[in-house]
Design a protein around this ligand. Structure first.
Ligand code: C5P
Length: 215
């Protein structure tokens, strides 16, 4: 039976490990439903990146982070990802980034956020939660290809080792570890391309009554 249209503000919370395809999926869903999108990993990357360059305390940087700080192409590098993952384990950093994320999410239009703790901590009441994952090998393969396409000189075993290290740090930390919310829809993209992942997410959302762009 087709469910009735859902009229709650549409917050789409997307979590998962790096290179799972969550960022691409988040952007496509945001476009489709006409919603603003926040890649929350950029916040942690920016804090880590600025901490390494300024010597300031990460928590202090997090407390005064501006939207313009995340508009920096250097944050896309794997070094920035590792720096972000290290400061993300500091509870004060997480606490100081909470308001920025909640303000973004709880606007009248709704929003799409992707990260590690969106469905569990930032938006525990989001009507749509997706946990996007894939095997370590397929994520490392994706990241390796991406880096090669960007002209980076790297080897596959190094990409895999760094990804395993980041997975471990993100999953084992005490503060908001990476884990699926109990009510999240699990999407394993190991054998899916971006189109298939998008189609699977749309089908899930249609079952929840979120069917059309702009609803
Ligand atoms: O997703 P991305 O790789 O850009 O995230 C960089 C790092 O930021 C992650 O490895 C993770 O430690 C941290 N992060 C987090 N919570 C989020 C988003 C990212 O702890 N919501």
């Amino acid at each position: 039976m087709t469910p009735p249209p859902n009229t709650r503000p549409l917050i789409i919370a997307i979590d998962g490990p790096s290179a799972s395809g969550k960022g691409t999926l988040a952007k496509r869903l945001a476009d489709h439903f006409g919603l603003p999108h926040l890649d929350t990993g950029l916040l942690y990357r920016a804090v880590g990146w600025l901490a390494e360059r300024t010597g300031k305390a990460p928590a202090e940087i997090a407390a005064s982070l501006q939207s313009s700080d995340i508009d920096n192409p250097e944050l896309k590098t794997d070094d920035a990802g590792q720096a972000g993952s290290k400061v993300a384990a500091i509870p004060e950093v997480r606490a100081n980034l909470l308001k920025f994320q909640k303000d973004f999410a709880y606007r009248r239009s709704g929003a799409v956020l992707d990260g590690r703790d969106i469905g569990t901590v930032i938006c525990p009441d989001a009507p749509v939660k997706l946990f996007v994952t894939a095997t370590l090998e397929s994520r490392a393969e994706r990241r390796y290809r991406e880096l090669r396409e960007r002209g980076a000189d790297t080897i596959k075993t190094r990409v895999l080792a760094e990804m395993a290290e980041r997975d471990r740090r993100d999953s084992e930390r005490a503060a908001a570890p990476l884990k699926a919310a109990p009510d999240a829809y699990l999407l394993d993209t190991s054998d899916m391309d971006a189109d298939a992942a998008f189609a699977a997410a749309l089908a899930f959302m249609a079952r929840k009554g979120f069917r059309t762009a702009g609803r």
